[in-house]
Design a protein around this ligand. Structure first.
Ligand code: FAD
Length: 424
């Protein structure tokens, strides 16, 4: 298919660490107040933390207390907490720069969360709390965050395998191995573009791309564009494209927030209600309402946050039924209509992209079997930033801190328990 970019245990036992390191860790945990003070007074532009180097560089690989995979908001939030606990860790990030997953999104993208919901633990988003940052401002904020707290991020390191040997996890990136009793996978649920199988039967003359590869209208051929998938990405790209193309948006309407999004009512009332209460507390794996809503969120995403049906109408976007297949190289809608378009943008979401995790932790749907980030079947293994890990906010900026705190609390408790056993 043309133009589709595919970026994209210690079961009850103590961690395997030497006695000296164990004592150091127990001490570090008691002294975490000192680490705190340093972290609460960040120095922008300071060098990356040398203190968070490996315990030892062994022939088998570098050894850490914790290896974090992924240096987006979820991984950095975990890193912030690990640093406060005084643990030795590294964050491995596949991209060349921290924030690149935001930078690579489409040119006109502004966050749908106002800046007041875009800060992370220990650092608020700069500027007006009411503004909607650009994707590049968000990317730069993440880079500044890592620098301010001296988080040990290694960029350009793509993990290609996670396994366990005995009681230790082995993380492999290229020829390099990292060893740890604890691993946090924070590589997001948005890594591998998902397109329906029938996309392969589309006429090669029709230009196709996935929303993850969309930057601006100049990538498309002149003429008509069909956007498949009417969630937030589909609706926002539809508005972007409607300036230059005739646009059809195919798919079920997922609902929307029914107030003017940049109004005072939205800012003071509706947005806090949706993000802080509904997406953060009411809908969660611990509430009946949340458990009922979770499959819907996982399969189709949430409601439209910023765009409303009226915005689409005013932009001239034509809403059509779902695409059900292909006939003679053209997309066919569920109502049998065949659309003669020059471009298709698949806004059909992502697969988790966890095929590099060689551990038996996946359920029948291919998702990690975890509760609030803790994988019961693989002690010492954790996730952060999964869609609806705890609630819809788990995969949003304002939910990253809470999930990170919980996962790191578990890790610290486990290490303390291990230290107590070994010292005794
Ligand atoms: C178009 C779009 C707009 C959004 N807008 C908002 C918004 O306005 N507000 C909001 O709160 N949320 C928004 N979100 C949701 C969410 O906040 C973002 O998707 C955010 O980037 C998720 O952060 P993360 O750290 O979980 O994942 P990512 O930002 O994707 O970070 C994961 C990192 O892991 C790295 N990685 C992946 N695999 C590996 C590997 N094998 N080895 C090493 N590193 C690896 C990646 O390179 C990446 O940097 C939006 C999402 C999308 C798709």
């Amino acid at each position: 298919m043309a133009n589709i970019s595919t970026e994209a245990g210690l079961r009850g036992a103590a961690p395997t660490v030497g006695i000296a390191a164990t004592r150091w860790r127990a001490g570090a945990l008691l002294e975490q107040g000192a680490a705190f003070t340093q972290l609460e007074a960040p120095t922008l532009g300071a060098p990356a933390a040398g203190a968070a180097g490996p315990d030892s560089a062994t022939a088998g690989g570098e050894r850490f207390d914790v290896v974090v995979i992924g240096g987006g908001q979820a991984g950095l939030s975990v890193g912030y907490r690990l640093a406060r606990e005084g643990l030795k860790f590294v964050i491995l990030e596949a991209r060349e720069r921290i924030g690149d997953s935001w930078r690579s999104r489409w040119d006109s993208l502004r966050l749908f969360t106002p800046a007041r919901f875009d800060g992370l633990d220990g650092m608020r988003f700069p500027g007006s709390k009411r503004g909607f940052p650009t994707k590049d401002e968000m990317a730069d904020f993440l880079e500044q965050y890592a620098a301010a707290f001296r988080l040990p991020v290694r960029t350009g390191v793509k993990v290609d395998e996670l396994t366990r040997v005995g009681q230790e996890y082995v993380v492999t990136a290229g020829g390099t191995r990292y060893l740890a009793a604890h691993v946090v996978v924070a590589s997001a649920g948005y890594q591998k573009p998902k397109v329906p199988g029938f996309a392969a039967d589309i006429d090669p003359a029709i230009r196709q791309l996935h929303s993850s590869a969309y930057k601006n209208p100049s990538q498309l051929a002149p003429g008509g564009a069909l956007l498949v998938g009417a969630g937030n990405s589909g609706a926002e790209i539809a508005i972007d494209l409607a300036r230059t193309h005739r646009v059809w948006l195919a798919g079920r309407h997922p609902g929307h927030i029914p107030v003017k999004y940049d109004s005072a009512v939205a800012y003071h009332l509706v947005v806090p209600l949706v993000f802080r209460i509904l997406f953060h507390r009411l809908l969660s794996v611990d509430t009946p309402l949340g458990r009922k809503a979770r499959p819907q969120f996982l399969a189709h995403g949430g409601p439209l946050i910023r765009v409303k049906p009226g915005d689409l109408d005013r932009a001239g976007v034509v809403r059509v039924r779902r695409v059900g297949g292909v006939s003679e190289g053209k997309p066919v809608l569920e109502d049998g209509r065949r659309l003669d378009v020059d471009n298709i943008v698949w806004c059909t979401g992502y697969q988790p992209g966890f095929d590099w995790i060689k551990l038996p932790i996946f359920d029948a749907s291919g998702r990690p079997d975890q509760y609030r980030g803790v994988v019961a079947g693989e002690p010492g293994l954790y996730f952060a930033g999964l869609p609806f890990q705890h609630s819809p906010s788990s995969a949003m900026i304002h939910g990253a801190a809470r999930d990170a705190r919980r996962v790191v609390d578990r890790i610290a408790r486990r290490i303390r328990a291990g230290a107590a056993v070994q010292v005794a």
